[in-house]
Ligand binder design. Structure first.
Ligand code: XMP
Length: 525
């Protein structure tokens, strides 16, 4: 079911305004695409080697060339296909993108003795169209060694910086622009203004892409795809599957049935919350399967992390398939695939971060359903905006990620039993309560407890105890690929520990995990 980023042009209709960001392997390429969307224009991130035919058939309203690690002179460096400029749409090159334009069009690009990394000061000498109205001196974020020494014929050099004689350039007649710095990062305070200038004033785009448009557009597409057929959706209680389900229900009503498999490895009351929200509030047909006993029976005696994951994943698929069969005539399956998954499973040359998708809740390729993927064009923050637009409660929309195998992989190195699940659930509930009370929940990528396979000696009320040690794991992250341990306030930690040891009979020690990723993973198993 993996899809490549090359499929992406099909996602936009011909009538829709769209910007293509060509990815030359830069660290911030995805961020450029997101910033464009934040400004209200639908954007697609495509690998730099995307076929010109695709772009010629369905030309975007503007093109942005991203940065990248190569030098324009290096053998095998990505080149500029000049047919791109013949499309007649405005082009903005950023960093490597600008060097590529300058090099291809007859400017002078060379390796500098000193690279420019981090903050730099931009001096605007001739604002032109691109930089008009912006301060003559402004801080910008740079990350490059090659430098443009001379703009190509027909171009105006607009600005310089400490180490870049030409740090911005334009040919306003041909609508070709370049900036050496990164407008997409927060350290370039006027970055969004430059992107807005390019999109709105130069490319004439209307900046109207918003969560409400997304909902209307997706509802139309889902109706078109599904017709009067029947659709099934696996709900996990997480934000992606919830938003996908509500969106599909808005489009086709009771042709959708949701299936919620409660494997008994959820947190406190999570199962009931899902059932309540979807069945009672949204009146979406929902089959809830209480499969706790089945999962626990299969997990009996198992302590190895990979074995546990495989058992939980395999059993999940079996239960889901059984339910789907009972429902009979189903043609479509809803999947909450996000745009970042589409990009990550595609990837062009030079893009170095390919995430392994260990989605245990995922379903196998040979299931006989056609996929409905209403979130396929959306970044996570847009999914949240759509969720709120659809009236989903904030608590659900802002839920931290929770792994498919649930608490099964947080009972560490030991058998998963009902008793241990209850201890972990109670500990986790205390941690979440205190983190929410301290207003830190949204700042953390994830916060949770683990229950390792050790007992420790304690003394409580003059008595020797031999109880569980609970581990607290809280991390900050942007995408789960890297993470840092969260510096939770000491008084919060103290409250959490005191409550756990006071309220939970079996817990007599609380420890804090201060491992970043890498080298640790976020989950313990
Ligand atoms: P790790 O532990 O590999 O996790 O740093 C990265 C992110 O993925 C989540 N995770 C999973 N999510 N099924 C999922 O749907 C899984 O099997 C799974 N394992 C880990 C984890 O919670 C973190 O957000």
């Amino acid at each position: 079911m993996s899809t490549t980023a090359d499929d992406a042009p099909e996602l936009a209709t011909a009538a829709q305004e769209r910007v293509v960001v060509l990815d030359f392997g830069g660290q911030y390429s995805q961020l450029i695409a997101r910033r464009v969307r934040e400004l209200g224009v639908y954007s697609e991130l495509l690998p730099a080697h995307v076929g010109m035919e695709q772009l010629e058939q369905n030309p975007p309203q503007a093109i942005i060339l991203s940065g990248g690690p190569a030098s324009v002179y290096a053998p095998g460096a990505p080149e500029l296909d000049e047919r791109l400029l013949a499309l007649g749409v405005p082009v903005l090159g950023i960093c490597y993108g600008m060097q590529l334009l300058a090099h291809a069009l007859g400017g002078n690009v060379q390796g500098a003795d000193v690279g420019e990394y981090g903050r730099s000061d931009l001096t605007v000498t001739e604002p032109g169209t691109l930089l008009a109205g912006l301060p003559a001196e402004q801080p910008v974020w740079m990350s490059h060694r090659d430098t443009v020494y001379e703009a190509p014929p027909g171009f105006t050099a607009l600005a310089s910086s400490t180490s870049s004689p030409v740090a911005a350039l334009e040919d306003n007649d041909r609508k070709i622009y370049g900036i050496q710095y990164h407008p997409e990062v927060v350290h370039t305070p006027h970055g969004q203004a430059v992107l807005r200038r390019f999109l709105q004033d130069i490319s004439g785009l209307s900046l109207t892409w918003s969560a409400a448009n997304i909902v209307d557009e997706q509802v139309r597409r889902i109706r078109e795809q599904v017709g009067d057929k029947h659709v099934i959706c696996g709900l996990s209680g997480g934000v992606d599957s919830s938003v996908a389900a509500v969106l599909v229900h808005k489009a086709i009503g009771d042709q959708l049935t949701c299936v919620f498999v409660d494997h008994g490895l959820m947190r406190n009351n999570e199962g009931e919350q899902v059932i309540k929200a979807f069945r009672d509030q949204y009146h979406i047909p929902l089959v809830a399967v209480d499969a706790e006993d089945r999962f626990l029976a299969r997990l009996a005696g198992q302590t190895d992390p990979e074995t546990k994951r495989k058992i939980i994943g395999g059993e999940f698929i079996r239960v889901f398939e059984e339910e789907a069969r009972k429902l009979g005539d189903i043609d479509f399956l809803v999947q909450g695939t996000l745009y970042s998954d589409v990009i990550e499973s595609g990837g062009g040359p030079g893009s170095s971060t390919i995430k392994s998708h260990h989605n245990v809740g995922g379903l196998p390729d040979d299931l006989q359903f056609e996929l409905v993927e209403p979130l396929r064009t959306l970044f996570k923050d847009e999914v949240r905006a759509v969720g709120l637009e659809l009236g989903l409660p904030e608590r659900l929309v802002w839920r931290q990620p929770f792994p498919g195998p649930g608490l099964g992989i947080r009972i560490v190195g030991q058998e998963v039993t009902k008793e241990r699940l209850q201890i972990l659930r109670d500990a986790d509930a205390i941690l979440q309560e205190e983190i929410r009370a301290a207003d830190l929940y949204r700042e953390l990528w994830q916060s949770f407890c683990v229950l390792p396979a050790i007992r420790t000696v304690g003394v409580q009320g003059d008595e020797r105890t031999y109880g569980y040690a609970v581990g607290i794991r809280a991390v900050t992250s942007d995408d789960a690929m890297t993470a840092d341990w969260a510096r939770l306030p000491y008084d919060l930690l103290e409250r959490v520990a005191a409550r756990m040891m006071g309220e939970l009979r079996d817990v007599n020690r609380v420890v804090l995990d201060i491992t970043s990723k890498p080298p640790g993973t976020i989950e313990w198993e």
